[in-house]
Ligand binder design. Structure first.
Ligand SMILES: Cc1cc2nc3c(=O)[nH]c(=O)nc-3n(C[C@H](O)[C@H](O)[C@H](O)COP(=O)(O)O)c2cc1C
Length: 497
């Protein structure tokens, strides 16, 4: 099997779950699962009773069964949660030195389950997507994905310089570490003190050396040719290619280069300096895929003509039947689009990361400022918290979407909290796994997509209100999708379960 022309973009949280990645991979293109927040996804699926038993079936093949038993004991509810009852939380990630933690165990097991299921029953290739910025669980997730035989690792939202070397070590079951990203303001003299590290030690979980694992290919996701060049020269191990993502892509975007300017609607303005020089990309000599508004056959042809190996596409897959977005939310977005409504806004403030984040307008979701204003701030998942040095020299964590007084008490600037939305809780609500709060209120969704969201209507066949991953691939490749004549899941290899 050659190199894929189409990468189905990694989409968190569990929008690109194992079902979507398996469908795409079984059609011969690269299916990518999201590993972001996968520990929470795992424990919520278990608390929803894992009705078809797939998650437990995948867990049964995990090499460290003591850990599986302990996780099932703590989180599995055979009959699901009682009505109106909230989910029990996974521990929040922290800096724990070389000690093993339940959080790491869940990140490792969650990624294993996702990749195991995505790879099941076909010879196609599967990747895992992680956000560099969500630093603490990443090594555990990578090791879990590698135990399941992941073929590619794709990482953006930051500079994943240390990851290639970590992959080399994890493939040998050796301990790996990353320098903790400390909020720059706190690092008055970055050279004076030792920078804390995030550590992961496979042996702590039962790895006994044994046969080395396949080292997956590493594809950083970059928004500039200069970053691609720096990574190629300075990364701690080999890089096998790049995804080059522009500012029209769904999810988070790189901020504009230089001083930020905003249009009259408050959206960041991108200019000439944000264009990637594809000649420089070609000169690097590695395959690259173009992402952000390339989701059409013409987009694929254009990318190939520019010397790319293909395209990475997110939005079209995010709203197809196999994606993890709750069916009811997908239906409402598609209805809106068919009715000629449905807008996407690049919100420079919504994400606690500080990166612009694209938000789909949907009534009753957090895109509605009144709905957002009515939410009581709470930070109980904590993936997007930044690490900072406390006055006594230890490491603390804060998030600009947490209660303002907490953020300020931790040395944060109140101005940074304005407009910040709790993406952790909202993105879990997107996949139907939102938390239920005391008194019965529910966390609400916040959907994202690329600027080209309206293109999805081109995929709806006459008389149909949904489309499948096979339709997306046929649309992109310029072929005809098999018409299965149903609205059911179009997974060709295994029965949907
Ligand atoms: C719903 C959604 C969630 C996304 N989440 C992530 C993510 O977690 N990590 C990531 O690297 N990219 C993420 N992306 C970006 C996609 O992987 C892909 O690069 C992008 O969507 C390509 O542009 P397009 O939307 O115009 O096709 C997301 C995109 C969408 C639509």
């Amino acid at each position: 099997m050659g190199i894929a022309k189409i990468i189905q973009g990694g989409m968190g949280v569990a929008v690109s779950d194992w079902r979507l990645a398996r469908a795409v991979a079984s059609y011969g293109q690269l299916g990518v699962v999201s590993g972001t927040g996968i520990d929470t996804v795992l424990v919520r699926r278990l608390q929803d009773g894992d009705p078809a038993g797939v998650i437990r079936r995948a867990m049964a093949s995990f090499p460290f069964q003591d850990l599986v038993r302990s996780v099932l004991h703590q989180y599995f509810l055979p009959d699901g949660r009682a009505p109106g009852k909230g989910y029990k939380l996974a521990p929040r990630p922290g800096v724990t030195g070389r000690r093993p933690t339940l959080q790491q165990a869940l990140a490792m097991l969650g990624s294993y389950v996702e990749v195991f299921l995505a790879k099941e029953g076909h010879p196609g290739k599967v990747g895992i997507n992680l956000l560099t910025k969500v630093q603490l669980p990443n090594l555990a997730s990578l090791y879990g994905a590698m135990l399941a035989g992941v073929d590619y690792v794709l990482m953006g939202a930051g500079i994943p310089r240390e990851i290639p070397g970590a992959l080399d070590r994890l493939a040998q079951h050796l301990p790996a570490k990353l320098k903790l990203d400390l909020s720059p303001a706190e690092r008055t003299d970055p050279d004076a003190t030792e920078v804390p590290t995030v550590d992961f030690v496979p042996e702590n979980f039962g790895a006994d050396g044994g046969r080395p694992l396949e080292r997956p290919a590493f594809l950083p996701i970059v928004a500039s040719h200069s970053l691609a060049g720096v990574l190629q020269k300075k990364a701690s191990g080999s890089i096998e290619g790049f995804v080059v993502e522009g500012p029209t892509a769904g999810g988070h975007n790189a901020p504009p280069r230089g001083k930020s300017t905003y249009d009259e609607t408050g959206q960041p303005v991108y200019g000439e300096r944000d264009l990637v020089d594809l000649e420089k990309m070609r000169d690097l000599g590695l395959p690259f895929w173009l992402a952000g508004g390339y989701g059409s056959h013409e987009g694929l042809e254009e990318a190939l003509a520019q010397g790319a190996a293909g395209i990475q596409v997110g939005t079209l897959f995010a709203y197809c039947r196999e994606s993890g977005i709750a069916t009811e939310l997908k239906a409402r977005v598609l209805d809106q689009l068919v009715a000629g409504r449905g807008t996407v806004r690049t919100d420079p403030r919504a994400s606690p990361t500080g990166f612009p984040f694209k938000v789909v307008s949907l009534d009753g979701s957090l895109s509605d400022e009144a709905v957002y204003g009515a939410r009581r701030r709470i930070c109980d998942l904590g993936y997007l918290r930044e690490a900072y040095q406390t006055t006594d020299g230890s490491v603390g964590f804060r998030c600009p979407a947490e209660p303002v007084e907490d953020y300020v008490r931790k040395g944060g600037d109140a101005a940074d909290t304005v407009g910040r939305k709790c993406l952790c809780n909202a993105l879990l609500a997107d996949i139907g796994a939102g938390q239920v709060r005391k008194g019965g209120s529910r966390e609400l969704p916040l959907l994202t997509s690329g600027d080209d969201l309206a293109t999805v209507t081109r995929l709806l066949r006459p008389g149909r209100s949904t489309y499948g991953a096979a339709d997306v691939l046929a649309f992109l490749l310029g072929t005809t999708a098999p018409d299965d004549g149903t609205q059911a899941e179009a997974v060709p290899v295994l029965s949907a379960n």
